[in-house]
Design a binder for this molecule. Sequence first.
Ligand code: NAD
Length: 260
Amino acid sequence: MGLMDGKKGLILGLANDHSIAWGIAQVLHREGAQLGFTYVGEALERRVRPLALSLGATLIEPCDVNSDAQIDALMARTREEFGQLDFLIHAVAYANKDELNGSYLKTTRAGFLVAMEVSAYSLTALVKAADPLLKPGASIITLTYYGAHKVMGNYNVMGVAKAALEASVRYLAADLGPRGIRVNAISAGAIRTLAASGITGFRALHKNVAEHAAMRRNVTIEDVGNAALWLCSDLAGAVTGEVLYVDAGFSIMGPRKSEE
Ligand code: NAD
């Protein structure tokens, strides 16, 4: 018996086998969930399709979260294939590379709007479109980062977008709570992925985290997948509107001791 036996859901944000979405997908599949996946563009489809098929997915659809038409088409296809949804994983973010270095002060209006639309508004757009399909007890999860709360070098506009995303989680949780639907965020520690490679100095940050996190290590996509499993399963049935840190204790640490 798996914790997700009989449950069906969508995972948005799979790019390759380094993606956090892949860590989550593997764990949910292992526990018996039936999964649907999305991709953006043909180049990513070539990577996503074989991974999705390896987990037995029968729903593999295009979905650029900036397009209401593509979101609606995804939900129509989901209704055909799954009927209803038990979970929705939103592991999507984007900001122009130019915005992810140097000072936040130089953020452009266009760059701000891109980051906010893809990385924050998309959760609301997806949940709104998925709403008629969501079963009582359904679980929605998004991915956020500590840079929403603390100034992390070069994270800039993405930190602002993640703060908006975390606030959206609370408002969506309040709207959907009366129907027993839960909305939470996982704040993952630094992981080397395609998206992370766009942040200037990420490699150094990754090394620094492993040296200074409470557990003196980085987190893996499996660590995030296991936390997502708990949030998706009925075990977290009374948990909503939360930001769960899965960061090996990086965010609890204050300044280093001077001898270190
Ligand atoms: P990733 O590059 O594997 O995944 C990012 C995904 O976003 C890709 O699949 C990409 O196709 C998708 N995406 C971008 N623009 C899109 C659009 N317009 N429409 C639909 N999809 C779009 O990187 P990842 O690190 O696994 O990122 C997943 C999530 O985890 C992101 O929200 C990211 O901010 C978050 N996160 C990452 C880290 C980290 O250190 N890697 C830490 C905390 C949170």
